[in-house]
Design a protein around this ligand. Structure first.
Ligand code: ZN
Length: 279
């Protein structure tokens, strides 16, 4: 989810960043893997250091996939509603992400944080558009990927030896979501899309729809090494008017600098059955 920063939340975030961690800690150099800073210390029975290590691990799994460097740091706070990345930035340009997770529900932290990282990688912006549902679906693909990666990582190298048994919980969490949101056998995805495109456009909180699309996109992303890096070019930062989904995808393709990334967007166009002739 992305959203407008509540002014009060924003002010609270700014104040917190100056208090527990000190100004000097905000002066990290921009990097290919952003620094993570927790700006809340109370995560229930989870040790803040463990939360930070988990989130850092997700960061290390996702950002290098993009090939892009110079990502700003991410400040992580808590949300009493849904997880969110704020349009507002920190004083040093940091991304502000709030999670709605607590205690040692590691799957939830990972799922939510990876989703918000997805928005950051996709270049989320305030210009609300009718294609936000597609960005939301891609963000869920990032979450599914992060969960599987954490599963492998904790299997090989758990943060603590007795946590290794938790490793498979990440992939189980992902598989369960994908099973729940798979299309009924025999149904064509593009038919489902045509039937639902209007409601997807009108309601960017159609989580079930996003999960269905993510379940379909996930194998496509996994099978194409350039899929992740293409997401950096999804949102045209100079766009001033809304576009239909087909034009949104064609512009995405246009923005991608590498032929392999353009090919990946072609695969998306194919999946949604949005054109008949390939360039
Ligand atoms: Zn989102």
């Amino acid at each position: 989810m992305i959203g407008f920063a509540c002014l009060l939340i924003g002010l609270a975030l700014t104040e917190h960043t100056q208090d527990p961690f000190g100004q000097s800690q905000l002066e990290e150099p921009i990097s290919s893997v952003p620094q993570i800073r927790l700006i809340h210390r109370d995560w229930g029975n989870a040790c803040p250091l463990d939360v930070e290590r988990l989130l850092t691990s997700v960061t290390k799994d996702l950002f290098p996939l993009t090939g892009k460097k110079n990502w700003n740091s991410i400040l992580v706070g808590k949300s009493s509603t849904g997880p969110i990345v704020l349009f507002q930035r920190g004083k040093k340009g940091e991304y502000l992400v709030n999670l709605n997770a607590n205690d040692q529900f590691w799957c939830r932290y990972a799922f939510q944080f990876a989703h918000e990282i997805g928005h950051i990688i996709c270049g989320f912006n305030e210009r609300s558009h009718g294609n936000l549902w597609f960005e939301e679906s891609i963000c869920e693909v990032f979450s599914l990927y992060a969960l599987h990666s954490l599963s492998d990582r904790w299997e090989r190298c758990p943060p603590y030896p007795n946590w290794q048994e938790y490793a498979q919980e990440f992939s189980k969490y992902a598989e369960k979501r994908m099973t729940r949101h798979s299309l009924t056998e025999g149904k064509k995805f593009s038919d489902w899309y045509r039937k639902n495109v209007h409601s997807l456009s009108m309601d960017s909180s159609n989580h079930s729809g996003h999960s269905k699309i993510a379940t379909k996109l996930y194998p496509l992303f996994r099978s194409n090494a350039h899929s992740w890096s293409s997401c950096v070019y999804l949102n045209d930062q100079n766009a001033t008017e809304s576009k239909n989904f087909r034009n949104y995808l064609l512009d995405w393709k246009e923005n991608c600098p590498k032929p392999e990334q353009k090919k990946f967007v072609n695969q998306i166009l194919d999946l949604f059955d949005l054109w008949s002739s390939k360039e």
